[in-house]
Design a protein around this ligand. Structure first.
Ligand SMILES: C[S@@+](CC[C@H](N)C(=O)[O-])C[C@H]1O[C@@H](n2cnc3c(N)ncnc32)[C@H](O)[C@@H]1O
Length: 219
């Protein structure tokens, strides 16, 4: 073994899904419906959804927070793993995309277990910070990249000790590794990754899963 991460080919990705993916029918249908949208690329990959679901189960999570709902695919993976008295709070500014999410959550019988906060995520998080510090077991950040730092700081306050922040797209198409790339989103991700590397408040791992997934456990 070289100790290097395997390059992901289409054939290897197909194999990985064949031998590990257990996507329930309702999630497959939501993924296929979302694939019809021009913005379909915003959705996480199915193996990432299954990974999030496993994390919810491993943590025994009752309260989950998500920033970036889109059509509700990642939220549904996680909500399916919550106990009956569990709650997932998810934040998004799009009425149009979250209307699709609501349809599928209802069909899954999980409408009551998912609390959608519509509006700018910074405002939804500010409202949660008024009343719910230390209440959450897991937070998933998957929204505008320039907002990541603020969302991370809010999530750390909202999590209990031992809770987990999961951050999507931290390898951002590989661009942060190219110093010549000064695009605003790339710079935001690069600064965010540097900050987390030095952040003694968390235990850290950055997994090369899909577009990069960072796990930060609140100490
Ligand atoms: C990458 S998508 C989320 C994908 C979703 N987690 C999934 O797997 O289906 C990002 C979402 O963040 C939302 N968003 C972007 N900036 C936002 C902001 N400032 N406040 C609230 N939502 C925002 C967008 O409307 C979009 O639905």
């Amino acid at each position: 073994m070289s100790g290097k991460n395997l390059p992901m080919t289409d054939a290897l990705e197909a194999y990985l899904r064949t031998v590990s993916l257990r996507e329930p029918g309702i999630l497959r249908r939501l993924r296929e419906a979302t694939a019809e949208l021009p913005e379909a690329h915003l959705q996480i990959a199915p193996e990432e959804g299954q990974f999030l679901q496993l994390l919810v189960r491993l943590l025994g999570a009752h309260r989950v927070l998500e920033i970036g709902t889109f059509t509700g695919y990642s939220a549904l993976w996680m909500a399916l793993a919550l106990p009956e008295d569990g709650l997932l709070v998810t934040c998004d500014s799009s009425q149009e995309w979250t209307a699709i999410a609501r349809e599928y959550w209802k069909e899954a019988g999980l409408a009551e277990r998912i609390d959608l906060r519509l509006g700018p995520a910074s405002e939804s998080l500010a409202a949660l910070l008024e009343e719910e510090r230390g209440h959450y077991d897991l937070a998933f950040i998957d929204a505008d990249k320039e907002g990541y730092d603020g969302y991370y700081e809010a999530c750390l306050k909202l999590l209990r000790s031992g809770g987990l922040v999961v951050v999507d797209n931290t390898l951002w198409y590989g661009r942060p590794a190219d110093p010549a790339d000064q695009d605003a989103d790339t710079v935001a991700i690069r600064q965010f990754n540097d900050k987390l590397h030095a952040d003694e408040r968390v235990d850290l791992s950055l997994l090369p899963l899909v577009d990069g997934v960072t796990l930060a456990r609140k100490r």
